[in-house]
Design a protein around this ligand. Structure first.
Ligand code: ATP
Length: 322
């Protein structure tokens, strides 16, 4: 390997810049050339490749988003699109790749790595934490801290007005953001896609938890099956007309902001490990951290829907809402 290409793909996540910096700097340290690829697979196909050096990643470790930009590419899902991508890599002498993204990114990388003789290693970059093969993904810690900052603020107004707040957080297929932020913000209930939503049961809980306290917080993951936060809010309003019930959707603020210390350290660690993995002959694997040790997981096992919700977390919410 002489020249390592690096790109970010799929949804952006705070800490991706720290990961890019780590890949560029460690590749330089080990004597490799580095090529940056803008806009993920789409930019690869369109030839948005450029040489990077240690200075290209100065002053970015603390910045949210991704300096390489990110995109979703329908074209890369076709063999013709992937052929164009491969031709661009050859043209720029790129002979290995570090892909920073989520399960879609790794699915694309796995297929690409099977079709063409180019080693690809992945870094887990998604706020959802929904990848197997790592305890945490880059961006999750920052996102959950953003959520609890926002919920703390909502709690002030909920408390002052005796309001019930139904707060929707991100997680189309995964309740992991909701689960931790629900505990950390002292929510009365958490609603997630992994468990079937029983609105009657939710109402029971709201009614029976802390009768002396009228302000209540429910954290809802966007992918739950009860029809979304507004639908849940409507149900609660119908059942309890005497509650002043409000709905708040936190939205894209959850993706932005300065990455936390934990995300920067994780990104820096796995970035170095990815370059070392390519040097040592790894391919088609995601580099993560499990029990504080670097781990390598084949792309097909890293993909989502396999991460289980720890039922003890849900029980904690129930116990502490007494
Ligand atoms: P996040 O979980 O944060 O959304 P992601 O990496 O899962 O990130 P996706 O949009 O699912 O984001 O995937 C990113 C890109 O990976 C897609 O736009 C597409 O170019 C590529 N990709 C996804 N699935 C495939 C596939 N089956 N074959 C080829 N490429 C794919």
């Amino acid at each position: 390997i002489k020249n390592i290409g690096v790109f970010t793909s799929g949804g952006d996540a705070p800490g991706m810049n720290a990961a890019i910096r780590s890949v560029v700097r460690s590749a330089t340290y080990y004597g490799f050339d580095v090529t940056g690829i803008r806009r993920g697979y789409e930019g690869m196909i369109n030839g948005e490749l450029f040489a990077m050096d240690r200075k290209s990643v100065s002053n970015i470790i603390q910045r949210g988003g991704t300096i390489l930009k990110t995109a979703r590419s329908e074209q890369f899902k076709t063999p013709e699109g992937r052929k164009l991508a491969y031709e661009q890599l050859k043209k720029h002498n790129v002979d290995a790749l570090v892909a920073i993204g989520g399960d879609g990114t790794f699915t694309g990388a796995r297929i690409f790595g099977q079709e063409y003789d180019i080693p690809v290693v992945g870094l887990p970059g998604t706020i959802d934490n929904d990848l197997s093969g790592t305890d945490f993904t880059i961006g999750y810690d920052t996102a959950i801290n953003t959520v609890i900052d926002a919920v703390d603020k909502i709690r002030d107004t909920a408390e002052s007005h005796d309001r019930v707040f139904i707060i929707e957080v991100m997680g189309r297929d995964s309740g992991l953001i909701a689960l931790r932020t629900g505990i950390a913000s002292g929510a009365e209930a958490i609603i997630i896609p992994e468990t079937k939503t029983d609105l009657n049961n939710l109402c029971e809980r709201l009614e029976h938890s802390r009768k002396d306290k009228l302000s209540k917080i429910v954290i809802v993951a966007e992918g739950e099956d009860a029809g979304g936060a507004f639908e849940i809010g409507r149900h609660v309003k119908e059942r309890f007309p005497h509650y002043d019930t409000r709905v708040s959707i936190l939205g894209h603020i959850q993706r932005g902001g300065r990455p936390s210390c934990m995300d920067r350290v994780l990104a820096s660690r796995v970035g170095v490990a990815a370059v070392e993995a390519l040097r040592d002959g790894h391919r088609n694997e995601m580099v993560g951290v499990i029990h504080n040790e670097i781990s390598y997981t084949p792309f097909e096992h890293a993909c989502k829907h396999t991460v289980e919700i720890n039922p003890a977390f849900l029980k904690i919410v129930e116990i502490l809402a007494i």
